[in-house]
Design a protein around this ligand. Sequence first.
Ligand code: NAD
Length: 467
Amino acid sequence: MPTSRPAHAPGTRVDRFAVVDPATGEPFAEAPDQSPGELDAVVGRAREAWRGWRTDPAARTTALLAAADAVEAAGADLAPLLTREQGKPLAESYGEVDRTAARLRHFADLVPGPQRISDGRPVRSEIRWRPLGPVAAIVPWNFPLQLASAKFAPALAAGNTVVLKPSPHTPLATRLLASVVSSVLPDDVLTVVTGHEPLGARLAAHPGIRHVTFTGSVPTGRAVARGAAATLSRVTLELGGNDAAILLDDVDVERIADRLFWAAFRNCGQVCMAVKRVYAPARLCSDVVEALAQRAKSAVVGAGLDPGTQLGPVNNAPQLARVESCTARALADGARAVAGGHRLDRPGYFYAPTILADVPPGSPVVTQEQFGPVLPVLPYDNVGEAVEAANSTGFGLGGSVWGTDLDRAEAVADRLECGTAWINHHAELSLAQPFAGVKDSGVGVAGGLWGLYGNLAPFVVHRPLEP
Ligand code: NAD
């Protein structure tokens, strides 16, 4: 069975950096801080490994199905480690492991075979989809395993090799995942590199890379695109969101309140496509605020490894500072914290689930991405106003509309400028669907067959029908 090699030469000293447990605020482990030389070596080996990996789709299918089994079998090691470094409740970490295995299975045999095309002329034209080469996959800290697999599963299935860079806030479970997956793949087909910047910038601009697939914030996405422009490698960017939920005047507030609350607060609000602002008809607004505030006050906040925890800590100190500052600014602007509005008085990066009312529409907690357990609820007088407000930011990831008349809700959803719209729920995705933000929320498409095509190039052969 092939073994995964370390990214450094045996016997050389490797710098390391500390990984912090967000439930305590204390370091609990270390990861390698890899040098530019090590990165060059990893990309070089990924290029070599590509020669073999690209040739045999059936062998890839077998390997990826075996990888899915191996990931499932390693769940009891992966999930607690993920919770320790990321903070999320253990059950949600198991959910990431399951989704990773499901993704490997979904993509394992999805690669399209040759396709004939015709414009009516007497020529046989055939498209054969070819892999691109080594792919750089750069991911954030909110869903380390799921987002890593959303990149490497289609990239590997397509016949590319992958160099994966997790966030320095969450390197550990990703390293373990890659060693589990690599245990059933040829050497150097999937490699993880870890470290602080400029590691990601170097990877994005590396001349040995042919596709950079990045998930993260809008400013970093712009930097990645600039870096990749130097080598003209393909770029897929899945960036931030500021999704609005519009409640219509026929909404049954009690019926939807749990779903709406968790669509905003799951993973402590650190979800690209979380509900980040709610627009409610003015006459229902106080009922909506009250229903959400009740749930915010009763949600069980604690360490992800503690049984019963529903909401973990914010993942890292800079993100906590961001949540605190945008909430403080909203309160200074005249908003009311009907629930929360403060850090919890305990070690670690805990913030009380917060519902904000009376928020000025121009406050940064409304116009920017808070990415934390804070939700502003804004009143509107007519639906057109709510749609305009929902579409008024630079983001365009997702949005939702909530009401009893589903056709009417869908007609309103159709007016949202975003990549995915939901009716009466939010942030649920099928493995088979395309996922793509518009405006500042992304470039290119992930997910399903469309995500696979992002990892393939069309090679077209024309031949005449007669010699
Ligand atoms: P981030 O942009 O700070 O970092 C993302 C990744 O890029 C990390 O691995 C980071 O180390 C790396 N990085 C940092 N600077 C870099 C550079 N100059 N060049 C290359 N790589 C660099 O984002 P974050 O704080 O880790 O994650 C939160 C953001 O991710 C939010 O904006 C969230 O909405 C977004 N996100 C989007 C999606 C989506 O599918 N659209 C999914 C999850 C998260």
